[in-house]
Write a protein that binds this ligand. Sequence first.
Ligand code: S3P
Length: 425
Amino acid sequence: MIKIEPKRKSIKTEIRVNGDKSISHRVAIFSAMSKGISEIENFSSARDCYSTIKCLSALGIEIKIEKTIKIKGAGIRGFKEPIDILDAENSGTTIRLLSGLLAGQPFFSVLTGDNSLRRRPMDRIIVPLSLMGAEFWARENNKFPPIAIKGRYPLKPIDYKLPIASAQVKSALIIAGLLAEGESKITEPLPSRDHTERLLPAFGVRLIKSENTVIVYGNQELEGQRVYVPGDFSSASFFITAGLIVPDSEILIKDVGLNPGRIGLLNVIKRMGGEIEVYHKEDILNEPVGDVLVKSSQLKGTVVSKEEIPILIDEVPLIAVLGAYAEGETVVKGAEELRVKESDRIRAIVTEFKKLGVNIEEFPDGFIVSGPSIPNGGIVESYNDHRIAMALAIAGLSARDSIYINNEECVSISFPDFWDIMSKL
Ligand code: S3P
């Protein structure tokens, strides 16, 4: 259990966050699929990314973890049949992206994960990857891990419309598309983060991307690269929220990724009246990178609609935090995807906020917070979900009394330095 004491003084500081988790997973997988050696700087320290690294090692890829990560690529077809079950632990990105890769490898493999991952839906990748010709077996009628895969090369190309916007599903299909014969077309109902589409051309891949559609050509070689991973916007979001709700504060977050598919929270903050400035400094790996300056602000409620959810999917718990400190109603709609994340994040945030006396109500697809409704002190649960633990901790910075969070170690899934930065604040 960890104790969060409310900050009675302002926070004036500059912060750097860990390398981006989504980009790190992808860079590791694309490096493994490349010809030649890749060297990755500022690879995410998130435990999830090491789940990907361990699975790639078990598939015969040589990886050296030093100050940088060096990966000796095997080419798109150079992976070896693993002699044991691959464990993606808590990582949805690992299991889904690797399913796309393993669908196109002509051998047998099994992917599993921890208690949380084994409850997350995998039919969303199993259905389209089966259409491409790979064979799958999974629990409860091909829905939940463990997933057994009998891959084949080449796969059949696919023209597929995703029923829900998901960067993980889209990326799994793009990776499988590289292992297919001919042209695959993947369409999303709404745009989600497009790191895969931006990164693959940096590894020499030809693809065509329009707003909601990606066309990828099979049987292309990837070339190893030297890459630098920008800071993780989702990690930065916790301290952006802290800067807004702790009185008289000013926080500068340096060198953070500003992919338009990730920064939906900034639009919400602006609508809420938050003082926030973004300085775009450069592009790294086709990704915009810059600094974000945030100042404490008088916030007002807003409505977050279904169309916005994919570009702020991981930041929804923080919208509840902002809502508690804002004047009026903050409403989130169309966010039912949150129920199948590392925990049911709608249920988790509503239940724990209610324990702290916050005026919040649950809907099947979101919640409404009537603010201001400053949290009281109390004991809350993380549900072993990193983003719930961190959102509750940030809420505690301006609460009326101390908040105690159970099972706080889970933050290392995405942000191992979180508690260190918190104690320095
Ligand atoms: C991710 C995509 C999102 C996000 C997750 C990381 C990715 O999941 O919630 O934290 O790296 O592609 P979905 O694609 O399932 O929405």
